[in-house]
Design a protein around this ligand. Structure first.
Ligand code: FEO
Ligand code: CA
Ligand code: CA
Length: 634
């Protein structure tokens, strides 16, 4: 029985690789599955059902953990570098300088550092051409500067700002079928820490966003700390500003921070980034409101290199991980978002207006009008293996639920700028660091990585529901199904798809993980997520790669592939030494998988990917193919 009926995509949907699906009967089947999957389902029964499933969806042989400084893949797969940090984007861009002597101006026209989330945008009229928008989250001063330390002057700060943001590049499939970066394409573009950006939506123009440089509160310089991403059905890219607060500090050692500044982590020293010492824009004593101009989702049109990116304030301000697009039953846009900090929240935005699938440009300002919600999860059934329960979406609208002036929320702008405070006022559920969220293309269920949270108990966050561990070193993946399979619903049912753990070190204990974790597939700190068109769930990790203690036997960070129906998880790829595996995109035919290797050798020990004697490691985007040209993972 099929859970869905696929409708014919319109030309415009095909252009942006978007397929509409109507969900049929999923509610009834899910209800039965949830009953069977509850307390009645023992660990051994579930384990044998996983084995019995044995891969209707997963067609590769799983690989062992590894601590090698290389990419490890299943037999029959191979990886090549698509692009690496510092690669020149235009014909006249300076070449990468591994000495660290390269200038800020050079970095502004080279591929940025520490690539993270990314999306592929195929050309409508040429299946061998596509654009890729790729986040450049942050940088490593050990490799960025010849002196290897914190920025020593304004030029150094400028170079660090140039290394972050977004890179848009063209890629083409060559005669042999391999996707290659196109140096010199007119679409190649850098958006970085000093690029002019427009503020729009309900908070634009608000006094809290005014600075001496921009009294209109509508023009911002730069986006930085760009973690993960989203891709809209109307063909634009969303880049998400995460640890923006790290870039700010204060020249006043006695500066007192207000509740809003504190909640977003403002500090005198900043977090080892050092920008405020040489760029007064980041000095909270001089420009306190500059902090409020960051922490947003930014929309970019990759096909117009002259376009001004736009910060969409209606989606709220927090430490954004990614933005997962969905659609309500009546055709409005949904954006799921996580706030990656211990004890922070999961949000959902629903647009006021419907998506126009026939006239894509009509959606240009769709994300400026709508309603933001935050999730509250109930305590669940407490099941030892994979708890499950129900939840609700709480509306973050000024004037509702006590979000009014007497409680410190004078306007909708203030609710959005201080979304964390507003969500706390509504008693939303404090989560174990929400990272990526993805929506299944098969049944519309939503998956979210809760990467870890070692201080849940220590910081007084309630233990239970989808956050079952007091000291959570391994993380879990949460899943929910919106009521009526309508992403516009105000309630949902949730379960934990996997609770990570180490059954080798902690056999038979809660720290051993849920029944679909074995000594052969174990991992920690799930972070990136991606669905391919066939419904395989790809899991990317950003965890402890010590391969010792609680993490013995896990090796380097890795990418796994799961069958959502059976819960089976297989290790597909292991990354090089001291890297994070993050960022995932598929070619439309699913025969090339693009995956990001971020900060290999962040603390030394790697020369990935070139392996030159004494060479520097470089963050890179990899292209993975099958030697027989088949579909990845099948
Ligand atoms: Fe940039 Fe929460 O990872
Ligand atoms: Ca992440
Ligand atoms: Ca992470």
């Amino acid at each position: 029985m099929s859970l869905l009926e696929e409708t014919q995509p319109t030309d415009l949907e095909q252009m942006v690789g978007f397929t509409r699906r109507r969900f049929i009967g999923a509610g009834a089947l899910c209800g039965a599955a949830m009953f069977l999957g509850g307390n009645l389902l023992s660990r051994s029964v579930l384990a044998s059902s996983i084995e019995a499933a044995n891969s209707a969806l997963l067609g590769f042989a799983p690989i062992a953990a590894s601590s090698a400084d290389s990419i490890t893949l299943p037999a029959g797969y191979k990886a090549s570098v698509l692009i690496s940090w510092g690669q020149p984007l235009h014909h006249d861009s300076p070449a990468f300088d591994p000495s660290g002597q390269g200038t800020a101006q050079a970095q502004e026209v080279q591929f940025g550092d520490h690539n993270d989330g990314m999306s592929l945008f195929p050309f409508a009229d040429d299946s061998n051409r596509a654009l890729m928008a790729i986040n450049n989250e942050y940088t490593n001063y050990r490799t960025l500067f010849a002196h290897g330390g914190q920025p020593a002057n304004a030029q150094d700060v400028h170079k660090a700002q140039a290394a972050e943001g977004v890179s848009v590049i063209e890629v083409r499939r060559d005669a042999g079928g391999a996707w290659q970066f196109v140096q010199g394409s007119p679409y190649n573009r850098r958006i970085h820490g000093n690029t002019p950006i427009r503020l729009s939506g309900p908070a634009a123009g608000d006094a809290r966003l005014r600075t001496t440089a921009d009294n209109s509160a509508s023009k911002v310089l730069g986006t930085f700390q760009n973690c993960a991403n989203g891709k809209t059905p109307w063909g634009t890219y969303l880049t998400c500003e995460e640890n923006f607060t790290d870039c700010f500090g204060s020249s006043d050692p006695n500066q007192a921070f207000d509740a809003g500044q504190k909640r977003y982590g403002a500090s005198i020293t900043g977090k080892e980034v050092g920008w405020h010492l040489h760029d007064p824009r980041f000095d909270l004593a001089k420009n306190p409101n500059e902090l409020n101009r960051h922490g947003w989702v930014v929309e970019i049109d990759p096909f117009d290199p002259e376009s001004t990116p736009i910060k969409r304030t209606a989606l709220g301000r927090f430490k954004h991980e990614n933005a997962a697009l969905g659609e309500t039953g009546d055709g409005r846009a949904v954006v799921y978002m996580g706030d990656d900090e211990r004890g922070e929240f999961i949000y959902k935005f629903i647009s006021r207006d419907r998506i126009d699938h026939k006239n894509l440009s009509a959606n240009r300002n769709l994300l400026d009008h709508g309603t933001l919600y935050v999730a509250r999860f109930d305590d669940g059934d407490g099941h030892a293996d994979k708890p499950r329960g129900k939840g609700q979406w709480l509306e973050l609208t000024h004037g509702k639920h006590g979000l009014h002036a007497a409680n410190g929320f004078a306007s909708q702008a203030q609710v959005l700028i201080h979304a964390r405070l507003a969500a706390s006022h509504l008693q939303a559920t404090r989560m174990d660091r929400p990272e990526w969220i993805v929506v299944s293309p098969k049944d519309g269920q939503v998956y979210c990585t809760l990467t870890n949270n070692v201080k849940r108990g220590e910081e007084g966050q309630p233990v239970g529901g989808p956050n079952p561990r007091e000291k959570n070193v391994y993380g879990q993946i949460l899943r929910w199904r919106e009521t009526g399979d309508d992403q516009g619903a105000m309630s949902f049912e949730w379960d934990l798809f996997v609770v990570a753990g180490n059954p080798g070190v902690h056999p038979g204990e809660a720290k051993g993980g849920s029944s679909n974790v074995t000594a052969q597939n174990m991992f920690n700190s799930p972070d990136g997520l991606g669905f391919d068109a066939d419904g395989r769930l790809w899991i990317l990790t950003d965890g402890d790669y010590s391969n010792a203690g609680d993490f013995a036997g896990m090796g380097n960070n890795q990418m796994l592939c799961a069958d959502p129906a059976t819960g089976e998880i297989r290790r597909f790829m292991v990354g090089p030494v001291a890297c994070e595996v993050t960022g995932i995109a598929f070619a439309p035919d699913q025969k090339t998988l693009f995956v990001g290797i971020q900060h290999p050798g962040e603390t030394g020990g790697s020369t990935f990917p070139e392996h030159l004697p004494g060479g520097k490691p470089r963050s890179s985007v990899m292209a993975i193919v099958r030697e027989d040209g088949g579909v990845i993972g099948a």
